[in-house]
Design a protein. Structure first.
Length: 232
């Protein structure tokens, strides 16, 4: 399938290849693979009251003029202590509405909800894993600010390509929470790889993804003129 996407009158061609996993049959062998290191345990009931000892909830409330409203549709759970490996970023995610769940066709959307680990390499970035967790702890203690902080790093990220291999179809009724771990291996000339694993709350691998991203550095003065969502 080929799709033409236009932005500011510039057309870009993208392609997609999809397989209906429910109709495929073949060899299945357990390999014993598990996430390493093992994610810290989580209590979702305690998380929603900000009492979980290992994770803190990150929820962006919807407001009429918010620029990236898609982020308000997801509840994040960040490790209170970020992974020691700066090339890694991990989180639990859930649809924000109580009636909504993750289903297999939504896995691409779930994978796209991530600040790349590259932000962990900039000590002054407010978007790194530890900075995001610390901000969540502060909000739990002091209450949400009237306006959610906008993207302020002098960098923009663009996905060049993304491949997803579904290892396990989610149940038809869906699941409420999924765990994602992103790992970056190398950055060169503004391009970097980003691998992702998706796990369910029973410890089963749901999908793997491999992506190539591009980072575009932006002058801070330009950021002030155009805003974080301005035209480059």
């Amino acid at each position: 399938m080929n799709v033409s996407i236009c932005q500011y009158c510039n057309a870009n061609l993208t392609g997609s290849s999809n397989t209906n996993r429910s109709k495929t049959k073949g060899l299945t062998i357990p390999t014993g693979y598990s996430p390493s290191p093992t994610p810290a345990p989580i209590d979702f009931a305690k998380l929603l009251t900000d009492q979980d000892p290992n994770y803190i909830r990150y929820q962006i409330p919807w407001r009429p003029k918010i620029k990236n409203s898609a982020l308000t549709n997801v509840t994040f759970a960040f490790p209170r202590t970020a992974p020691a490996d700066k090339a890694v970023r991990e989180q639990w995610l859930s649809p924000a509405l109580p009636s909504e769940v993750w289903t297999t066709p939504m896995l691409g959307l779930l994978i796209d909800h991530c600040v790349p680990p590259l932000e962990n390499f900039f000590p002054d970035s407010p978007h790194g894993a530890q900075a995001s967790a610390d901000r969540s702890v502060q909000w739990a203690r002091d209450g949400m600010p009237k306006e959610h902080p906008e993207w302020s790093a002098p960098r923009f990220y663009m996905t060049i390509n993304m491949g997803i291999e579904v290892k396990k179809n989610l149940p038809e009724q869906g699941v409420k929470w999924l765990f994602t771990r992103f790992r970056m291996k190398g950055v060169r000339d503004g391009r970097f790889d980003l691998g992702c694993e998706i796990w369910d709350d029973e410890g089963e691998l749901v999908a793997v993804s491999q992506q190539v991203w591009m980072v575009v550095e932006v002058d801070r003065e330009m950021m002030k003129k155009t805003g974080p969502m301005g035209k480059l």
